[in-house]
Structures are given as structure tokens and as C-alpha cells.
Ligand binder design. Structure first.
Ligand SMILES: [Fe+2]
Length: 140
């Protein structure tokens, strides 16, 4: 399993794992600032590879937020281990998702539903041949 790190802009990085069995990549995002955030954790089986990639950007024990934009194995499969390694980290998601999913699965400590702003930005080059997308969230 190969996981790569791409610097997007500023303190934002994409962690990307090509998964041949599905023929797609699973992506996570790291926001490196004074309260670093990891957006999605990847699948359970990809944890070590994703953790190593994140460690190229920052010490995973520094994570302050682990954000889940929705609740599926490819987003939260590494949630327990990232939360264990970052003792000050909060698991955050939309208020509805935390109420329905986190609490529904018995995850009740260091978890918070938030108002989150999710924005997708698409850019097309002048030739029209390439597109880039970036996810931006606000944590309140
Ligand atoms: Fe998913």
C-alpha cells in the first residue's frame, strides 16, 4: 500500500493512498497550524501507512482535532488509534453525525458536534485540461 503526501497550500496537505482493489484513492487532509487537524483517518488496514505519511508533516500526537465529515470505514477506520496517540485531540463532526453516529457507537469522550463549514473549490486550468479540488472546513 503506497501513501503519498502532497502539499496543497500553506499548512494544508493531502494524504493519498491508491487502493488497487477498488481502483480509487482514499484521501485525508492535514491542516498544520497551532491546533493541527486531521480530516478523515482512512481505512483500518491503512492506518500505519497513513500515520507514516502524516508524520512527514507533523507529529501525530500533536493533533488537536480529528474531523469526520461523514461516518464510514474509509473515513474513520483509524479513528481509535489516532485518538489514542493524540491525548488532547477531540473527535469532531457535524452535530447530527456526532449525535447519531459517534454516540450511537458509544463514542462519548473527547467528542463534539460542531457547526462546520464545508466548501469545495474546483479550479480548471486555462487549457481546461486539469482540475484541482480543495476541501475547507471551519471548526467552531
Ligand atoms: Fe466514505
Amino acid at each position: 500500500m503506497e501513501t503519498r503526501v502532497d502539499h496543497i497550500t500553506g499548512g494544508i496537505y493531502r494524504i493519498s493512498t491508491w487502493t488497487p482493489s477498488y481502483r480509487i484513492t482514499f484521501n485525508q487532509f492535514v491542516i498544520d497550524d497551532e491546533r493541527p487537524a486531521l480530516i478523515h483517518t482512512g481505512e483500518h488496514g491503512a492506518y500505519e501507512s497513513i500515520r507514516e505519511a502524516i508524520a512527514e508533516v507533523l507529529d501525530p500526537s500533536r493533533l488537536a482535532y480529528i474531523a469526520l465529515l461523514h461516518w464510514e470505514g474509509d473515513e474513520n477506520g483509524g479513528m481509535d488509534r489516532f485518538m489514542s496517540e493524540a491525548p488532547q485531540a477531540e473527535l469532531i463532526g457535524s452535530a447530527l453525525s456526532i449525535q447519531l453516529n459517534a454516540r450511537g457507537f458509544g463514542v462519548t469522550t473527547r467528542v463534539r458536534g460542531s457547526r462546520m463549514v464545508k466548501r469545495w473549490i474546483s479550479e480548471t486550468t486555462s487549457s481546461g485540461s486539469s482540475k484541482r479540488r480543495m476541501c475547507t472546513i471551519g471548526i467552531r
